[in-house]
Design a protein around this ligand. Structure first.
Ligand SMILES: Cc1ncc(C[n+]2csc(CCOP(=O)(O)OP(=O)(O)O)c2C)c(N)n1
Length: 357
């Protein structure tokens, strides 16, 4: 499927091409240490995806939505923000979460069905949000609150191409525009909403232009180019902190893997299409760039992979060792006062467990 990359009136940022060549005029100034860390974060997410798949297939976990192919969108964004900025995810943001320091144990526990995995601790990381586009409203609300409280914190929220057809997305952009909220709407346009291709999802020529209708700056970036996503988010964050309001970034990318562990993409897209996108793999091009800079070679690459594999293994073991969630946890944290209907259901569930209530 051809991707319309450059549209009149919609700025488009691309810094690294698929062969790792860099546009030196646009190249952000990043320390060697930071560049290597960004690479490690991308590889970490890719390996974690594979592991998540394995443990789902052997029955140790439920549905998982892989990041594969979209690592540059998330890792670039994570490195461009401050620790106290708010992360408001959908369900495909393991790479951002890991770059942000969220423990892999929590990620694994979440998709093992344990509420602990989604627990908001003393951080500015919100839980996974499954209802499409609902989180965009939360991000706008948080950013509006930040304005009212005169804080420096901004919010970033992630969502897919399909989410831009949902009412919540439009409500979120409208309020963000009117209230000049310091929020970044990061659209991961991975070309599909499960089996629905981008062109059947919306007749809009680009997704970024939807922002314009709400008086918001809308830009496109090559979402497989981690330097471009970093730069775009960094600039959007600066604008937001200067009081210049929200930005919507459309990252043009591709979901190289399945929608979730219960999907079979061969039913709705061709191998040729996937092969074309593999040539634009965000990790491969960043590797070439780092090698060219003398920051990576085959040996270092292998060492990094090995270390990450071991680290992930350790976290999986830890996640598997944890106690199963208790039945009553299913009924907690939704209502301040549990309604009678749910109290009754909890009673039935406990009885079935043989524990009575
Ligand atoms: C309100 C709502 N409707 C339907 C679904 C079922 N559903 C889960 S993922 C998905 C597609 C989302 O596509 P997109 O927004 O492009 O994000 P992607 O999964 O590609 O990252 C749908 C329809 C849902 N989770 N929430």
């Amino acid at each position: 499927m051809p991707v319309k990359e450059v549209k009149e009136g919609i700025p488009h940022t691309k810094i690294l091409d698929k062969d790792g060549n860099v546009d030196e005029e646009l190249e952000p100034e990043l320390s060697e240490e930071k560049l290597v860390q960004m690479y490690k974060d991308m590889v970490y997410a890719r390996i974690l995806d594979k592991k998540a798949f394995k443990i789902q297939r052997r029955g140790d976990a439920g549905t998982y939505a892989p990041v594969k192919g979209e690592e540059a969108c998330q890792v670039g964004a994570a490195h461009a923000l401050k620790e106290n900025d708010w992360f408001v995810p959908s369900f495909r943001e393991a790479a951002f979460a890991l770059s942000r320091g969220i423990s892999p144990v929590k990620l694994f526990r979440y998709f093992m069905g344990d509420a602990y995995g989604n627990k908001v601790e003393d951080t500015h990381n919100l839980p996974v949000s499954i209802p499409i586009a609902s989180q965009t409203l939360h991000a706008t609300g948080i950013a509006m609150a930040s304005n009212i409280k005169e804080e420096d914190e901004i919010a970033i929220t992630f969502f897919g191409d399909g989410a831009t057809s949902q009412g919540d997305f439009h409500g979120a952009l409208n309020f963000a525009g009117v209230y000049n909220a310091p929020v970044i709407f990061f659209n991961q346009n991975n070309q599909y909403a499960i089996s629905t291709p981008r062109e059947k999802q919306t007749a809009s020529e680009t997704l970024a232009q939807k922002a314009k209708a709400y008086g918001i700056k809308g830009i496109q970036v090559d979402g497989n180019d981690v330097l471009a996503t970093y730069k775009a988010v960094k600039e959007a964050a600066k604008r937001a902190r200067r009081g210049e309001g929200p930005t919507m970034i459309e990252g043009l990318t591709y979901r190289l893997g399945v929608h979730t562990t219960s999907d079979n993409p061969s039913r709705y897209r061709t191998d040729e299409e996937v092969e074309e996108w593999k040539k634009k793999d965000p990790i491969k091009r960043f590797e070439l760039y780092l090698m060219d800079k003398g920051l990576l070679d085959e040996e270092k690459k292998e060492n990094i992979q090995e270390r990450i594999e071991k680290d992930i293994e350790k976290h999986v073991e830890k996640a598997l060792e944890m106690d199963s969630p208790k039945t009553e946890e299913m009924f907690q944290n939704v209502y301040e006062e549990v309604p009678n209907m749910l109290k009754k259901q909890l009673g039935i569930a406990k009885e079935r467990e043989g524990g009575g209530n």
